[in-house]
Every structure is written in structure tokens, then in C-alpha cells.
Design a binder for this molecule. Structure first.
Ligand code: PEP
Length: 251
């Protein structure tokens, strides 16, 4: 039985004051929810604030990216071990905004994925197709290629310590999510593709759905058999929205 999970992706939002209000709301709102896992992925400068406020709570914290190198002359980059120093347990890898706006490729995402694992961070590995790719019936090809970029390099075993996220680009930051049936279809495809390599790992790996998850649509999405929770952008910035989504996941 897979435990559900909700991850908040704050993207480039927040301020010390706003974060304080949000995190206080999350601590209070999630305090009694013990049947699912909750994570917030903050901008780098606020990871220390998340650590200070969340340690001892049932909310984990993480980052939205990392550098695949350990250290060195890489101005502006953040090493995996630095995230560990600040108590991070998770890191988002290969988000569609990184792929589209920051030249992330299957190769660089795979290198980051591996760098996260090497320091004991749990990578949340994002996959998803664009509207044009879906309309051309390329969804399986694109998502399969992105998943294979990890499995071919590192083997299916790495998925024991990772979380997968299906985020159709056309639903991220949009008005409407994928329908529960559309999400289920791709999640089923992902799980079956992992099962071609290892059925036990496929049965256990968590596959989150991301793209316009809201309190009113979380139950129908998370109710699908292969949807193990959500990766949530905008609705993770407001406790009054994020908490009800977490309540759905908690059951
Ligand atoms: C995201 O960027 O990971 C995301 C799912 O965003 P939103 O929930 O705002 O669509």
C-alpha cells in the first residue's frame, strides 16, 4: 500500500514575512495528519527559515533544484551537500520550467537526479508532455523517454529512493488540471513501464500528479488508483488551500 504524499513547490515566491505566516498555517493545519507525507520545496534563501520553523513538525522541506557537481568554481550554483546541511530531505528534479526556461535536458536532469541520491536526498523527478505533444499522440513517447533517461542510466533500483511526478505542461499554471482519467492513463503507463524492469519497484514507487491541483479537484485526482498524491504549485502558497489538499491525501 503506497502512502500518499503532497509536495508544495513554491517556485520563486515568498518573503520572510509571507513564509512565516504560511508555515505557521501549515504547522497548525497539518499537525494531526499522520497518514500521508508532506513536503514544501522553497526557494534556496528560505530553506534555513523552513528548517528553523519546521523541524519537529510532520512537514519535511526541500529545494527545487541543485547542481550536479559537489563543489568548485560554479558561481551561483548550489551543491547537494549544502541542501543536506540545511536539513533538506527532498529536491525537485527536471521540473518543466527548468526544462523550458533554463535549458534542462534529459542528460542534465539525470545528472542532478544521481547527485541528489548520492547525498541521500529524495529526488522528485518530473515528467510531462506539452499540449502540442499530447495533440500529436506523443505523450507516451515523451514521458517514456524522460523516465528511461533515469532507468537506462541508473537501473530501476534507484526508484526505491525517488518519487516520480507526472506534470502535463498544459495543466501546470493553467486554469484546469488534467482530468482524473487522463492523469490515471499516464500514471498507469509510467507504472507499467517501470514494471517492465521490476514489478516490485513499480508497485511501490509513488507517482504524484501535478498541474492545477486545488482543494476542489484533489479528491477526484488522488482517488485514481495510480495517483499517489500531488505536486502543487500555486495552491501551496496559501495555507487555506494547501491544508485541504493535504487532508484529502491523508484520507
Ligand atoms: C508546478 O509547477 O509544479 C505546479 C503543479 O503548478 P500549479 O499547481 O500552479 O499548476
Amino acid at each position: 500500500m503506497r502512502r500518499k504524499m503532497v509536495v508544495g513547490n513554491w517556485k520563486m515566491n515568498g518573503s520572510i514575512k509571507q513564509n512565516e505566516i504560511l508555515l505557521q498555517g501549515l504547522i497548525a493545519g497539518l499537525r494531526d495528519l499522520h497518514d500521508a507525507d508532506f513536503v514544501v520545496c522553497t526557494p534556496y534563501p528560505y530553506i534555513g527559515q523552513a528548517q528553523a520553523m519546521l523541524q519537529g513538525s510532520n512537514i519535511a522541506w526541500g529545494a527545487q533544484n541543485l547542481c550536479s557537481a559537489k563543489d568548485g568554481a560554479l558561481t551561483g550554483a548550489v551543491a547537494p551537500s549544502m541542501l543536506v546541511d540545511y536539513g533538506c530531505t527532498h529536491v525537485i528534479i527536471g521540473h518543466s520550467e527548468r526544462r523550458a526556461l533554463f535549458n534542462e535536458t534529459d542528460d542534465t536532469a539525470a545528472a542532478r537526479f544521481n547527485a541528489a541520491l548520492e547525498v541521500g536526498l529524495i529526488p522528485i523527478f518530473c515528467m510531462g508532455e506539452s499540449r502540442e505533444e499530447r495533440d500529436s499522440d506523443w505523450t507516451d513517447y515523451i514521458v517514456g523517454r524522460q523516465l528511461d533517461s533515469i532507468i537506462r542510466r541508473f537501473g530501476p533500483e534507484v526508484l526505491k529512493n525517488a518519487v516520480l511526478a507526472y506534470e502535463p505542461l498544459w495543466a501546470v499554471g493553467a486554469d484546469e488540471p488534467a482530468t482524473p482519467e487522463q492523469a490515471q492513463e499516464v500514471h498507469d503507463f509510467i507504472r507499467k513501464r517501470v514494471a517492465r524492469c521490476d514489478t516490485g519497484i513499480a508497485a511501490n514507487v509513488r507517482i504524484l500528479y501535478g498541474g492545477s491541483v486545488r482543494p476542489h479537484n484533489a479528491a477526484s485526482l488522488f482517488g485514481m488508483p495510480d495517483v499517489d498524491g500531488g505536486l502543487v504549485g500555486r495552491a501551496s502558497l496559501v495555507a487555506e488551500k494547501f491544508v485541504p489538499i493535504c487532508e484529502v491525501a491523508n484520507g
